[in-house]
Write a protein that binds this ligand. Structure first.
Ligand code: FE2
Length: 198
């Protein structure tokens, strides 16, 4: 059983407090639903033959709820502690310079912005591949499909409509993504990279 985390999010530039508060409420729903689905499925297992279909459907839904929970934790943790610029002399900064030598908008933000702007709800994700020793970027439809399942996540950008509808309306995904990148505490991202690449 999981307990919803609490986050201390400062006032953000371009993402309202109301939007953040409602978004955190939605995150708490994922935590509750993951716990509830798990309990319900385990209870049904007392007569697994009779409830075989229900159990299998519930179990398949667990990854939707789990990834909704965990990805939102990555998302909100990136916004805690105030904005900090990427540190070019950190291991993360050095690897970025190696793989994205164009600088500025040539950094993975550009790739993530484009992925994030794709149609449909989901997540634009920056991963680290410890085998290939390189970054990967991907789009997870909803939050449980299309993952690079073996790779640790370094940065998570929520592009479901609920992330931007309140502040920017249905056509505001691009503006919301720009605002998201203005508010990142890159030291959180750098620590993730340190852990993933150790
Ligand atoms: Fe979300």
């Amino acid at each position: 059983m999981y307990t919803a985390k609490t986050f201390t999010i400062p006032d953000l530039d371009g993402i309202s407090k109301k939007s953040v508060d409602e978004h955190i409420g939605l995150y708490q729903g994922y935590v509750n639903n993951f716990n509830a689905i798990t309990s319900a499925a385990v209870e049904l297992m007392s007569d697994a033959e009779k409830h075989a279909h229900a159990i299998s459907e519930l179990w398949r839904r667990r990854s939707f709820e789990f990834d909704g929970m965990r990805l939102h934790e990555y998302y909100f943790e990136q916004l805690e502690g105030g904005t900090s610029a990427p540190n070019p002399s950190s291991p993360f900064g050095k690897q970025i310079a190696l793989e994205y030598p164009m600088g500025g908008d040539g950094q993975p933000q550009l790739v993530l912005k484009n992925i994030g702007n794709m149609r449909g709800p989901g997540w634009a994700l920056l991963y680290w591949d410890p085998v290939g020793k390189c970054f990967q970027t991907g789009f997870s439809g909803e939050q449980h499909q299309g993952h690079f399942v073996s790779l640790p996540i370094i940065l998570a950008l929520d592009v479901w409509e609920h992330a931007y509808l309140l502040d920017y309306g249905t056509k505001g995904k691009g503006s919301y993504i720009d605002a998201f990148f203005k508010n990142i505490n890159w030291s959180v991202v750098e620590k993730r990279f340190d852990a993933a690449s150790a």
